[in-house]
Design a protein around this ligand. Structure first.
Ligand SMILES: [Zn+2]
Length: 234
């Protein structure tokens, strides 16, 4: 496995168009990276890959280890070999973006991957409850998000930065998923605070995107709807 090479399965616009019936098995994702994020078939919950294990954070708040054969319709993963590691306070998601920009200057148009290990003072996460019917778009699932707030929780955030020009291929900007050390809490991060956090990361100049060969993917309109992505994934 190459380090600091982004592996991605499918593109975000496929999820936005509701293409989520199948994908790569969880056992494959653990071979292409040691950390990652994504979702499951029918967009049933949020995915976190950390240290060779894939977890599913479901909308009911429970976390389960994915089975090796569970299919993943969208994911990003990397085998991270950090080029920097710093200890800093984090008072918001914007602060995370500033820290990454400071540590990796002149990389606005490159991908980056990072992880944040901390005793988090506060976290707000969400999980999506899954499609009501085949092909339902991700934006229509806005009403099926469940939000959770955690206080004083030890854990790890897996983060990816995607350049603005790749909006629709991935989520432009910063995309963060959390998993607690005891593996009972997790989700797509909306807000974060930590008095002290260890942040480590690296740029990724190599990008490997694997595309689905399904009929659904073929039939989908995969043009970007920037406003819809920002509303759902920002
Ligand atoms: Zn997410």
């Amino acid at each position: 496995m190459l380090t600091n090479e982004l592996y991605q399965y499918s593109i975000l616009n496929a999820l936005m168009s509701g293409v989520s019936e199948g994908g790569i098995p969880a056992s494959k994702l653990t071979k292409v990276g040691n950390q990652g994020l994504g979702t499951f078939v029918r967009m049933n919950g949020e995915l976190v890959l950390l240290d060779d294990t894939v977890y599913q954070f479901k909308a009911d708040g429970t976390v389960r280890r994915a089975d090796p054969e569970d299919e993943i319709p969208f994911a990003m993963a990397v085998s991270l070999d950090p080029s920097f590691s710093v200890n800093q306070a984090i008072d918001s998601k914007d602060a995370v973006a500033s820290i990454i920009a400071d540590q990796l200057p002149h990389t606005a148009n490159l991908f980056a991957a990072y992880r944040i290990d901390a005793h988090f003072k506060f976290l707000k996460v969400r999980s999506v409850a899954g499609q009501d019917y085949k092909g339902q778009s991700l934006s229509e699932l806005g009403h099926k998000q469940t939000f959770y707030e955690f206080k004083d929780v030890q854990g790890t955030i897996v983060g990816f930065y995607t350049p603005a020009s790749w909006q629709g291929i991935s989520v432009a900007g910063h995309h963060l998923h959390f998993i607690s050390n005891d593996r009972t809490k997790g989700g797509h991060v909306l807000a974060v605070e930590a008095a002290m956090a260890k942040i480590s990361g690296a740029i990724m100049t190599n990008v490997h995107i694997e595309l689905p060969m399904s009929q659904d993917f073929n039939d989908a309109d995969l043009r970007s709807d920037d406003a819809a992505i920002r509303k759902m994934e920002g």
